[in-house]
Ligand binder design. Structure first.
Ligand code: PXG
Length: 302
């Protein structure tokens, strides 16, 4: 079935949603994006995703040609027009159409589009049994060259790492920063549990500050689990009591094998399982309703 897409002020069928070959998002990867989820008729952490989108745009000195409130309405309306209550939303803002040549001054107006589609979920088996990952040789971009804190259209760094994972037959990969500290996975953040403390690397070492990451840190604090943002190495991962990844697509996913070493005996840990269920509960109540006149169901949140 054909989707309705928002593109530069209009809602059009996907066959008509075409972007110019002169768009600098395509020619140079010059632009920013967000990947957002809708659950049970609500858009999860929509405000947090939009804040990151506008901050990414500001860092690359690109002005998004609409307010954050207008962008929120674009996301909700795109979901409504596709009659979606659960799904995946991709908001993209590129530098826009311009002459050849990488200078952003050639592009008078950013291109804005929004796609809302149904999502193919990860198999439930992965949440029950956990994921095997490897560390790849591709290092995460150094922040002084291309900062990983901007969710930009330049994903080659992560794609290289993903290709290494594919070749090794695993679905995710741990990336180190240039100093050898654990940074993140190709499209997910990483956490370890050690001696009762939940630890994740700080954003300044060069990683995307995930919305799911920040949500999981909040959920842990609410459950009186101490949380620390600090640097750590592979040694700490291999010797962790628990390990998991977080991201919009993966949610919270237990990681039970890293470079052939079993973590926590190869089974998802207790804290990981607790955070998975707390996260799933939160998806029932967080974020604006897509269809505001739909009363939220009192028992299931849908
Ligand atoms: N690190 C990187 C490099 C990412 O791209 C995350 C961490 C997790 O961030 P969030 O905010 O999602 O918790 C991401 C997010 C896709 C896709 O289509 C990728 C992401 C999110 C949604 C979809 O591959 N990456």
């Amino acid at each position: 079935m054909s989707l309705i897409i928002y593109l530069d002020g209009k809602y059009v069928p996907e066959e008509q949603a075409a972007v110019s070959v002169f768009d600098h998002g395509l020619l140079y990867g010059d632009g920013v994006f967000e990947g957002i989820r809708a659950y049970h008729g609500r858009v999860f952490k929509l405000h947090e995703h939009l804040v990151r989108l506008y901050e990414s745009a500001r860092t690359i000195a690109m002005e998004i040609p609409m307010s954050m409130e207008e962008m929120q309405e674009v996301v909700l309306e795109t979901l409504r027009l596709n009659n979606l209550r659960d799904g995946y939303i991709r908001v993209v803002v590129t530098r826009g159409k311009g002459d050849l040549g990488l200078d952003p001054l050639k592009c008078p107006k950013p291109t804005v589009f929004c796609i809302a589609a149904s999502i193919r979920l990860y198999p439930e088996e992965l949440y029950e049994n956990g994921l095997a990952v490897i560390t790849v040789s591709t290092r995460r971009n150094i922040p002084v060259a291309v900062t990983p804190r901007v969710k930009s259209l330049n994903y080659l760094n992560n794609i290289y790492a993903k290709m290494e994972a594919n070749l090794a037959g695993v679905s995710e990969a741990i990336m180190l920063n240039a100093d050898g500290y654990v940074a993140e996975a190709t499209g997910d953040n990483i956490f370890i549990m050690k001696n009762g403390v939940l630890i994740t690397p700080p954003a300044y070492i060069g990683l995307l500050e995930g919305v799911t990451r920040n949500t999981v840190m909040d959920l842990a604090r609410q459950q009186d689990i101490p949380v620390e943002e600090r640097v750590f190495t592979l040694h700490d991962v291999y010797n962790a009591d628990e390990c998991f990844l977080t991201g919009t697509a993966a949610e919270v996913i237990p990681t039970v094998k890293v470079d052939g070493r079993l973590i926590a005996g190869g089974k998802p840990g207790k804290v990981t399982r607790k955070l998975i269920s707390a996260f799933r509960e939160l998806t029932k109540v967080d974020g604006p309703l897509i269809f505001p006149d739909e009363a939220a169901c009192c028992c299931c949140g849908s």
